[in-house]
Design a protein around this ligand. Sequence first.
Ligand code: COI
Length: 356
Amino acid sequence: MEIRIVPISEGEKKAKYTDESQLGFGRIFTDYMLLVEWKAGQGWVDARIKKYEPFQIDPAALVLHYAQEIFEGLKAYKWEDGTIALFRPEMNARRFNHSAERLCMPEIPEELFVKGIEQLVALESAWVPGSEGTSLYIRPAMIAVEPHVGIKPSDHYYFYVILSPVGAYYAAGFNPVKIMVEDKYVRATPGGTGEAKTGGNYASSLKAGLEAKKKGYDQVLWLDGVHKRYIEEVGSMNMFFAYGDTIVTAPLEGSILRGITRDSVITIAKSLGLKVEERKIDVNELMQDLKSGKVTEAFGSGTAAVVTPVGTLCYADETVQVGNGGVGKHTQKLYDTLTGIQTGKIEDKFGWITKV
Ligand code: COI
């Protein structure tokens, strides 16, 4: 499908950030966005790259009442030689369509998803920051815009992509965060929407997150919704634990997100000679293993979070330090290798890079 560009004048453009060290996460947006509509009986129509501006949607739009919404997150990097590179965008397209299927939304052709992002990022290349730890965060989303207060799948959708130059997701940067294992609320249950990247999963996690913040923790680590016993994920990242040279992570059984960074970390870990186990992790055993020193490192993985070391874990009011509370050697190596590939400093042996 042809994507038309609706140009904006120089006068309409925003003032660009001046200090890359002050970007933070997700507050600054570029001048243009991609918008494609889907209409029942017509399919995908009117793909255009246009001015980033507020939508006018009907107060009765289905998304506003029943949360028929999905989204993705990926990044573009500026290399030292000026190349702009995307990391595994086709994986985001596939996961987006997986979420769409669960939320009864139309699937988008993978090519339209990837080409649309490539064209938008190419047009906005001046917004891609280049200093260490920065990138252009890409947020594709789809919302149901049909005005209707009866519950049903919409007959009209907006698929759109916005861009945000970012630094580290956590204010601490690449430094250990403090995580609280959540034992009161649950995020997802088998057969629910846990595996889909849909706003409702995040809205329902806010309360637990706020309560954890009040106690001094950065985020919560969810347990399975049936037994409240097995480790699932942190809202913005999948979790890994190192037992010496073995890295353990929860299996993908339907209630946790199929992290693309998770998959990349597993592949890199294996290529570095580490053993990787995807298996159920009982929180009680985990706490024992942390206390006895069997667990030497803990870290999370995600597009926004990259590889984030975890220095402290709290469960049932008991707090334990992970290893020596600092950044573990495997965590550091995995972070360096992943970000090295993303920024063109390490050869991409896996075919993960798409140049814009
Ligand atoms: C991402 O890592 O891209 C995410 O979507 C997590 C988040 C910021 C909610």
